[in-house]
Write a new protein. Structure first.
Length: 425
């Protein structure tokens, strides 16, 4: 163990003590009201092995460099490729930072989590020994997207791993990130990840996250982002896999004129439980957020969405909007949506709306009247509904990349042919 890692031990023990004292949050915790954890409490997970299982290189097909690859929570240099990174960019596994870095390099791990509802963040702070450290110097423009790839695959018994990521983009820098959370073969592992993002003045980050873990997997993901003056953060999430998936996105707009776009698609089918929670805080003047989320629930799945927007006193000039529309495709499925808007400032523009419904019968009739069979008409409307949040993405290549993955997931869920129905939608 390195000296830096030893210095973290007292703080890590404090996090673990708090977690053990409070336990996992129960249904009376408002933040976990719709996502009970009783079944998870009864399970046992072993730590992931130091040497991860091998994966076929084809798993990474279509994911170019620069990329950093992890398998079952462990960095795999053989599959990683840092080619194409410009000067002024550091991309390395957290384990290297802990082994070779300075004390200031791991300050982000010491962030406190005081609420019982933050149990998994506490567990991450106590146990994470791997992850991604990505730093971009001021003024650096990173042309090629940086791909962060997290593969989970079969291993004897159910395993758990905790990854901690830190992304620091300095003033007037630009970066595109694509996060891949992939499941290979059948497994029931648990992945718990926390990402902290600091975005400097006039910095620009486009961040796409694709969660397509295995059907029995459990995955908790949390992002805490802080935006400085005139910063721009564009976020796109596709929740397409895992038996239990919870995604928390917390963004603080601390600088005047900061802008956030956060769009996503939640796909529930089978018995999946999909939980997404947004916490957006407007703190400075003339900030803006635009949130567009779409959810579908089929089979016996449950989709949960909480969209929280807070506008602090003094955050005059804020422009905030939230749209969450959901399709209920099965009588046995359930959708719970909670739009929340708290305003403590004057001279703001804010709107939020949420709907849960079925496919539009008028639109169905229109397609049927033109000779399209009922099943295909329903597929076309569902695909078009889910694609809407991605259409605002300006980069053609990244938009096509995300649409392809969304279409493939919908094909598996709905029985559509993405090459036909997706193209027509």
């Amino acid at each position: 163990m390195s000296g830096l890692a030893r210095e973290l031990l007292p703080a890590r023990q404090a996090f673990m003590d708090a977690l053990l004292a409070d336990g996992l949050p129960g249904p009376r915790e408002e933040a976990w009201k719709y996502t009970p954890l009783r079944a998870l409490e009864r399970r046992a997970f072993a730590a992931a092995d130091a040497v991860p299982p091998a994966i076929d290189a084809s798993v990474l097909a279509g994911i170019p460099a620069p990329r950093l690859v992890f398998v079952n929570g462990r960095h795999v240099p053989a599959h990683s490729d840092l080619a194409g990174l410009p000067d002024g960019v550091v991309l390395e596994p957290l384990s290297r930072t802990l082994a070779e870095g300075e004390p200031r390099d791991f300050n982000f791990i010491l962030r406190r989590y005081d609420q019982r509802s933050e149990a998994f963040a506490r567990a991450n702070a106590a146990l994470a020994d791997e992850g991604v450290v990505l730093r971009v110097d001021a003024g650096v423009q990173v042309d090629a997207p940086v791909h962060l790839v997290f593969v989970s695959t079969q291993q004897a018994g159910d395993r758990a791993w905790h990854l901690r990521h830190f992304v620091d983009v300095r003033n007037e820098a630009r970066l595109d990130i694509v996060e891949h959370q992939l499941g290979v073969a059948d497994h029931g592992h648990l992945a718990n990840e926390v990402l902290q993002l600091h975005l400097g003045q006039h910095g620009v980050v486009r961040h796409a996250r694709i969660q397509s873990d295995a059907a029995r997997a459990t995955r908790f993901a949390r992002t805490d982002a802080v935006l400085a003056r005139e910063a721009r953060y564009q976020r796109f999430d596709l929740e397409l896999g895992a038996a239990l998936g919870r995604n928390e996105l917390n963004v603080r707009l601390e600088g005047d004129g900061a802008r956030l776009t956060a769009n996503g698609v939640l796909l529930g089918d089978g018995r999946r439980h999909v939980d997404t929670r947004l916490g957006i805080e407007h703190i400075a003047r003339d900030t803006a957020c635009e949130l567009v989320w779409r959810g579908i629930a089929d089979g016996r799945s449950r989709v949960v969405f909480h969209g929280g927007i807070g506008i602090r006193a003094g955050a005059d000039g804020t422009d905030a909007s939230l749209s969450n529309k959901n399709l209920l495709l099965s009588a046995d499925a359930e959708i719970d949506t909670q739009p929340v808007l708290v305003i403590d400032a004057d001279e703001v523009k804010a709107a939020h709306g949420a709907t849960v419904g079925q496919l539009d019968p008028t639109a169905l009739f229109y397609l049927r009247s033109r000779g399209i069979p009922d099943a295909q008409a329903r597929r076309l409307l569902t695909v078009a509904f889910c694609r809407e949040p991605l259409l605002s993405l300006e980069d053609d290549g990244l938009r096509r990349f995300l649409l392809d993955r969304l279409d493939a997931a919908l094909a598996a869920s709905l029985g559509t042919d993405p090459a036909v129905d997706g193209a027509q939608a």
